[in-house]
Design a protein around this ligand. Structure first.
Ligand code: PLP
Length: 285
């Protein structure tokens, strides 16, 4: 069955959505995006995603006036039309179509706003009861990973390399330290029970799930350290896990063939997943 998608203010069948071949999203990856999780037909962490979108637009001087209330109505309508109970809404805003030039076009060029939904089955996250196995790969991405752009070829190559060598995903490593996963933030739990995740900077995407999980962990009086960690420290840790809008909190049970803790999902990751699922749904829109 064909989906209804959203394009520039209209809800249309996916086969009727037309975007110019001159769109800068296509020619330059000149576009930002957000993936918002849908649970029980509601949008998780909606405000966080809008705040980050606004920041990404600002960093790229992308001339789009974001109206969060209007966006909420559009996303709700798309979820309703496509009858999404569990899944995601993907939102992309590109600078629009213009003659090819490295310089940004003038203010008369209209951004392209595109959204679609996917059901959870198509998002395809792993089983949290089993956890995932990750390998490590050099982080060769650009230096502005804090901007959520559609320039995702390197993470895609890393994910493929991980998959070809029998792993579910990869932790990206720079100067001996883990930055994040291909499309997720990376966490470990030290032997003394402290939750460690890399501090915010231009080196990583400022994950919305990361922020929510840290907030809930603080509220539950858990110990948190925002700092970088090496692959060796991760392999010797009590637990590891990742966070993202599609995976929520997902335990990592193996890094490069080294079992983490017992080799089974750890108690901190399980608890944080439970808290996240419960609390984020309470606040869902
Ligand atoms: N880091 C990267 C590189 C990502 O691509 C993503 C999500 O796509 C994340 C982290 C997790 O961010 P969020 O929790 O907002 O989904």
């Amino acid at each position: 069955m064909s989906r209804t998608v959203f394009l520039n203010g209209e809800f249309v069948k996916e086969e009727d959505a037309r975007i110019s071949a001159f769109d800068r999203g296509f020619l330059f990856a000149d576009a930002v995006y957000e993936v918002t999780s849908v649970r029980a037909g509601k949008l998780l962490d909606f405000d966080g995603h809008m705040d980050r979108l606004e920041r990404s637009l600002g960093e790229l001087e992308l001339n789009y006036k974001l109206d969060c209330m209007e966006m909420l109505e559009w996303q709700r309508e798309l979820v309703r039309i496509n009858e999404i109970k569990e899944g995601i809404v993907y939102l992309q805003i590109s600078r629009g179509a213009a003659d090819r030039s490295f310089k940004y076009p003038g203010p008369d060029v209209q951004p392209t706003v595109f959204m679609f939904t996917q059901t959870h089955a198509h998002v395809n996250p792993a089983d949290p009861e089993v956890g995932i196995r990750v390998t490590t790969i050099d982080d060769l991405r650009w230096g502005r990973r804090d901007i959520k752009t559609v320039q995702l070829l390197y993470p895609s190559m890393a994910k493929m390399a991980a998959s070809k060598s029998g792993f579910d995903d990869a932790f990206l490593v720079e100067d001996g330290q883990v930055t994040e996963g291909t499309a997720c933030n990376a966490f470990i739990v030290t032997q003394s029970g402290s939750i460690v995740t890399r501090q915010l900077s231009r080196d990583i995407l400022h994950g919305i799930t990361r922020a929510a999980v840290l907030r809930y962990a603080r509220e539950a009086q858990m110990q948190i350290e925002e700092r970088s960690f090496s692959v060796k420290e991760a392999q010797e840790s009590a637990e590891a896990f990742i966070t993202s809008a599609s995976n929520y909190v997902m335990p990592v049970v193996d890094i490069d063939g080294v079992k983490i803790g017992t080799g089974r999902p750890g108690t901190v990751a399980r608890r944080l997943r439970e808290i996240y699922l419960e609390e984020s749904l309470k606040a869902a829109k």
